[in-house]
Design a protein around this ligand. Structure first.
Ligand code: DGL
Length: 266
Protein backbone atom coordinates (compact mmCIF):
# COMPACT_ATOMS: atom_id res chain seq x y z
CA UNK A 1 0.00 0.00 0.00
CA UNK A 2 1.07 3.56 -0.57
CA UNK A 3 0.25 6.83 1.19
CA UNK A 4 0.48 10.19 -0.58
CA UNK A 5 1.24 13.10 1.74
CA UNK A 6 1.58 16.71 0.65
CA UNK A 7 2.23 20.18 1.99
CA UNK A 8 3.52 23.52 0.78
CA UNK A 9 6.97 22.47 1.99
CA UNK A 10 8.57 20.89 5.05
CA UNK A 11 5.57 21.31 7.37
CA UNK A 12 3.86 18.10 6.32
CA UNK A 13 6.86 16.19 7.67
CA UNK A 14 5.28 16.65 11.09
CA UNK A 15 2.35 14.59 9.80
CA UNK A 16 4.60 12.11 8.00
CA UNK A 17 6.48 11.52 11.26
CA UNK A 18 3.28 10.55 13.09
CA UNK A 19 2.11 8.37 10.19
CA UNK A 20 5.44 6.52 10.30
CA UNK A 21 4.91 5.84 14.00
CA UNK A 22 1.50 4.27 13.39
CA UNK A 23 1.67 2.63 9.98
CA UNK A 24 4.40 0.08 9.37
CA UNK A 25 3.00 -1.62 6.29
CA UNK A 26 2.73 1.16 3.67
CA UNK A 27 5.23 3.16 1.65
CA UNK A 28 4.97 6.93 1.45
CA UNK A 29 5.25 9.52 -1.28
CA UNK A 30 5.80 12.98 0.16
CA UNK A 31 5.27 16.05 -2.00
CA UNK A 32 6.59 19.37 -0.74
CA UNK A 33 5.54 22.29 -2.92
CA UNK A 34 8.18 24.64 -1.56
CA UNK A 35 8.46 26.53 -4.83
CA UNK A 36 4.95 27.85 -4.19
CA UNK A 37 5.23 28.29 -0.41
CA UNK A 38 3.80 29.96 1.52
CA UNK A 39 0.28 28.91 0.58
CA UNK A 40 -1.05 31.02 3.44
CA UNK A 41 -0.62 34.26 1.53
CA UNK A 42 -2.24 32.98 -1.68
CA UNK A 43 -5.86 33.08 -2.87
CA UNK A 44 -8.18 30.12 -2.34
CA UNK A 45 -8.44 29.62 -6.12
CA UNK A 46 -4.65 29.50 -6.55
CA UNK A 47 -4.29 26.98 -3.74
CA UNK A 48 -7.05 24.81 -5.20
CA UNK A 49 -5.28 24.77 -8.56
CA UNK A 50 -1.93 23.83 -6.99
CA UNK A 51 -3.54 21.11 -4.86
CA UNK A 52 -5.37 19.58 -7.81
CA UNK A 53 -2.06 19.29 -9.70
CA UNK A 54 -0.43 17.61 -6.70
CA UNK A 55 -3.44 15.31 -6.36
CA UNK A 56 -3.06 14.25 -10.02
CA UNK A 57 0.63 13.59 -9.41
CA UNK A 58 -0.11 11.39 -6.41
CA UNK A 59 -2.87 9.51 -8.23
CA UNK A 60 -0.50 8.93 -11.17
CA UNK A 61 1.89 7.44 -8.62
CA UNK A 62 -0.83 5.04 -7.48
CA UNK A 63 -1.31 6.10 -3.89
CA UNK A 64 -4.16 4.50 -1.91
CA UNK A 65 -4.91 7.54 0.17
CA UNK A 66 -4.14 11.27 -0.08
CA UNK A 67 -3.22 13.17 3.08
CA UNK A 68 -3.41 16.94 2.85
CA UNK A 69 -0.74 17.59 5.47
CA UNK A 70 -1.40 21.32 5.40
CA UNK A 71 -4.10 23.26 7.21
CA UNK A 72 -4.20 26.01 4.61
CA UNK A 73 -4.65 23.53 1.76
CA UNK A 74 -7.23 21.64 3.80
CA UNK A 75 -9.19 24.85 4.39
CA UNK A 76 -8.98 25.86 0.73
CA UNK A 77 -9.14 22.60 -1.16
CA UNK A 78 -10.29 19.55 0.84
CA UNK A 79 -13.75 19.54 -0.70
CA UNK A 80 -12.44 20.18 -4.21
CA UNK A 81 -10.02 17.27 -3.91
CA UNK A 82 -12.67 14.98 -2.49
CA UNK A 83 -14.94 15.80 -5.42
CA UNK A 84 -12.20 15.27 -7.99
CA UNK A 85 -10.57 12.14 -6.59
CA UNK A 86 -13.49 9.96 -5.69
CA UNK A 87 -11.71 6.61 -5.98
CA UNK A 88 -9.55 7.00 -2.86
CA UNK A 89 -9.94 8.66 0.56
CA UNK A 90 -8.69 12.23 0.93
CA UNK A 91 -7.81 13.17 4.50
CA UNK A 92 -7.27 16.69 5.81
CA UNK A 93 -5.76 17.88 9.09
CA UNK A 94 -8.42 20.29 10.36
CA UNK A 95 -11.17 17.89 11.49
CA UNK A 96 -8.70 15.66 13.35
CA UNK A 97 -7.21 18.78 15.00
CA UNK A 98 -10.65 20.11 15.89
CA UNK A 99 -11.74 16.90 17.60
CA UNK A 100 -8.47 16.69 19.53
CA UNK A 101 -8.92 20.29 20.70
CA UNK A 102 -12.45 19.57 21.88
CA UNK A 103 -11.19 16.61 23.89
CA UNK A 104 -8.40 18.67 25.43
CA UNK A 105 -10.16 21.90 26.36
CA UNK A 106 -11.83 22.05 29.75
CA UNK A 107 -12.99 25.68 29.72
CA UNK A 108 -14.14 25.46 26.07
CA UNK A 109 -11.88 28.31 24.95
CA UNK A 110 -9.52 27.30 22.20
CA UNK A 111 -6.84 29.33 20.47
CA UNK A 112 -5.41 28.47 17.07
CA UNK A 113 -2.20 29.76 15.54
CA UNK A 114 -2.20 29.32 11.80
CA UNK A 115 -1.51 31.01 8.46
CA UNK A 116 -3.37 34.19 7.45
CA UNK A 117 -5.54 32.26 5.00
CA UNK A 118 -6.53 29.60 7.51
CA UNK A 119 -7.44 32.38 9.96
CA UNK A 120 -9.44 34.20 7.30
CA UNK A 121 -11.52 31.12 6.49
CA UNK A 122 -12.23 30.61 10.25
CA UNK A 123 -12.23 26.92 9.45
CA UNK A 124 -11.33 25.76 12.97
CA UNK A 125 -14.11 27.85 14.46
CA UNK A 126 -16.59 26.41 11.95
CA UNK A 127 -15.58 22.79 12.43
CA UNK A 128 -15.34 23.00 16.23
CA UNK A 129 -18.61 24.87 16.76
CA UNK A 130 -20.39 22.53 14.35
CA UNK A 131 -19.31 19.68 16.64
CA UNK A 132 -20.24 21.62 19.78
CA UNK A 133 -21.60 25.16 19.72
CA UNK A 134 -20.51 25.83 23.31
CA UNK A 135 -16.87 26.26 22.35
CA UNK A 136 -15.24 29.59 21.61
CA UNK A 137 -12.46 29.54 19.05
CA UNK A 138 -9.93 32.28 18.33
CA UNK A 139 -7.62 32.09 15.32
CA UNK A 140 -4.47 34.10 14.86
CA UNK A 141 -2.81 34.29 11.44
CA UNK A 142 0.97 34.29 11.81
CA UNK A 143 2.26 35.51 8.47
CA UNK A 144 5.99 35.34 9.18
CA UNK A 145 6.27 31.91 10.77
CA UNK A 146 5.81 29.50 7.86
CA UNK A 147 8.46 31.17 5.62
CA UNK A 148 10.88 31.35 8.56
CA UNK A 149 10.44 27.65 9.35
CA UNK A 150 10.68 26.74 5.69
CA UNK A 151 14.12 28.38 5.50
CA UNK A 152 15.28 26.72 8.72
CA UNK A 153 14.10 28.27 12.00
CA UNK A 154 16.72 29.55 14.35
CA UNK A 155 15.75 29.39 18.00
CA UNK A 156 17.01 32.91 18.73
CA UNK A 157 15.65 35.51 21.15
CA UNK A 158 14.56 37.66 18.20
CA UNK A 159 12.57 34.85 16.60
CA UNK A 160 11.05 33.81 19.90
CA UNK A 161 9.87 37.40 20.36
CA UNK A 162 8.07 37.27 17.00
CA UNK A 163 6.47 33.99 18.01
CA UNK A 164 5.47 35.40 21.39
CA UNK A 165 3.73 38.37 19.80
CA UNK A 166 1.54 36.03 17.77
CA UNK A 167 0.73 33.81 20.74
CA UNK A 168 0.03 36.83 22.96
CA UNK A 169 -2.49 38.13 20.42
CA UNK A 170 -4.84 35.32 21.50
CA UNK A 171 -7.02 35.78 24.60
CA UNK A 172 -5.11 34.83 27.75
CA UNK A 173 -7.94 32.67 29.12
CA UNK A 174 -7.80 30.01 26.40
CA UNK A 175 -6.67 26.69 27.89
CA UNK A 176 -5.78 24.95 24.64
CA UNK A 177 -3.57 26.03 21.76
CA UNK A 178 -3.89 24.30 18.41
CA UNK A 179 -0.85 24.24 16.13
CA UNK A 180 -3.02 25.07 13.12
CA UNK A 181 -0.18 24.97 10.62
CA UNK A 182 1.78 21.78 10.10
CA UNK A 183 5.02 23.77 10.09
CA UNK A 184 4.61 24.71 13.74
CA UNK A 185 5.36 21.31 15.36
CA UNK A 186 8.87 21.84 13.98
CA UNK A 187 9.26 24.69 16.50
CA UNK A 188 7.16 23.11 19.24
CA UNK A 189 9.91 23.44 21.86
CA UNK A 190 9.92 27.23 21.48
CA UNK A 191 6.10 27.38 21.49
CA UNK A 192 6.04 25.39 24.73
CA UNK A 193 8.60 27.72 26.24
CA UNK A 194 6.31 30.70 25.55
CA UNK A 195 2.86 29.22 26.14
CA UNK A 196 1.61 27.28 29.15
CA UNK A 197 -1.56 26.10 27.35
CA UNK A 198 -2.31 22.53 26.38
CA UNK A 199 -0.83 22.08 22.93
CA UNK A 200 -2.72 20.23 20.21
CA UNK A 201 -0.85 18.92 17.19
CA UNK A 202 -3.46 17.70 14.65
CA UNK A 203 -0.88 15.32 13.14
CA UNK A 204 -1.48 12.71 15.84
CA UNK A 205 -5.18 12.19 15.08
CA UNK A 206 -4.62 12.63 11.35
CA UNK A 207 -2.25 9.66 11.43
CA UNK A 208 -4.95 7.63 13.23
CA UNK A 209 -7.35 8.50 10.41
CA UNK A 210 -4.82 7.31 7.85
CA UNK A 211 -4.45 3.99 9.68
CA UNK A 212 -8.23 3.66 9.87
CA UNK A 213 -8.69 4.26 6.13
CA UNK A 214 -5.93 1.79 5.18
CA UNK A 215 -7.45 -0.86 7.44
CA UNK A 216 -10.80 -0.23 5.78
CA UNK A 217 -9.29 -0.61 2.30
CA UNK A 218 -7.55 -3.81 3.35
CA UNK A 219 -10.78 -5.27 4.75
CA UNK A 220 -12.75 -4.29 1.67
CA UNK A 221 -10.28 -5.46 -0.96
CA UNK A 222 -8.49 -8.27 0.86
CA UNK A 223 -5.14 -6.57 0.27
CA UNK A 224 -2.53 -7.67 2.77
CA UNK A 225 -0.94 -5.36 5.32
CA UNK A 226 2.46 -6.97 5.57
CA UNK A 227 4.73 -5.32 8.08
CA UNK A 228 7.84 -3.85 6.42
CA UNK A 229 11.28 -3.88 7.97
CA UNK A 230 11.72 -0.40 6.59
CA UNK A 231 9.10 1.63 4.80
CA UNK A 232 10.19 3.42 1.65
CA UNK A 233 9.71 7.17 1.40
CA UNK A 234 10.15 9.08 -1.84
CA UNK A 235 10.24 12.84 -1.51
CA UNK A 236 9.27 15.13 -4.36
CA UNK A 237 10.20 18.74 -3.80
CA UNK A 238 9.44 21.60 -6.18
CA UNK A 239 11.80 24.12 -4.56
CA UNK A 240 15.34 23.91 -3.22
CA UNK A 241 16.15 20.26 -2.48
CA UNK A 242 19.17 20.99 -0.28
CA UNK A 243 17.25 23.29 2.08
CA UNK A 244 14.42 20.75 2.24
CA UNK A 245 16.89 17.99 3.17
CA UNK A 246 18.63 20.10 5.77
CA UNK A 247 15.45 21.27 7.53
CA UNK A 248 13.81 17.85 7.12
CA UNK A 249 16.73 15.92 8.58
CA UNK A 250 16.93 18.22 11.57
CA UNK A 251 13.26 17.66 12.33
CA UNK A 252 12.97 13.95 11.51
CA UNK A 253 16.30 13.11 13.12
CA UNK A 254 17.24 10.86 10.23
CA UNK A 255 18.78 11.08 6.78
CA UNK A 256 16.40 12.31 4.11
CA UNK A 257 17.22 10.36 0.96
CA UNK A 258 15.33 9.67 -2.28
CA UNK A 259 14.58 13.34 -2.89
CA UNK A 260 13.55 14.23 -6.41
CA UNK A 261 12.33 17.22 -8.36
CA UNK A 262 8.90 16.42 -9.84
CA UNK A 263 8.77 16.80 -13.60
CA UNK A 264 6.49 19.68 -14.44
CA UNK A 265 4.42 19.77 -17.63
CA UNK A 266 4.04 23.54 -17.62
N1 DGL B 1 1.97 23.81 6.55
C1 DGL B 1 1.00 24.69 6.00
C2 DGL B 1 -0.25 24.72 6.87
O1 DGL B 1 -0.47 23.81 7.64
C3 DGL B 1 1.62 26.02 5.73
C4 DGL B 1 0.95 26.73 4.63
C5 DGL B 1 1.76 27.78 3.96
O2 DGL B 1 2.54 27.44 3.07
O3 DGL B 1 1.57 28.97 4.25
O4 DGL B 1 -1.05 25.61 6.80
Amino acid sequence: MKIGVFDSGVGGLSVLKKIKEKVDFADIIYYGDSLNAPYGSKSIEDIQELCLKIGEFLIDNRVDVIVIACNTATAAALNVLKERFTSIPVIGVVSPGASMAIKQSKNKKIGVICTPLTAKTRIYEKVITELNSKYQVYQKGCELLCPMIERGWESSEKNKEILKQYIDALPSDIDTLVLGCTHYPLIRADIEEISDKKIVDPAEETAMNVLFELNRISLKTGRKKSRKEKINIDYFVTGDIEIFKEVGEKFLGEKVVNVYQPISES
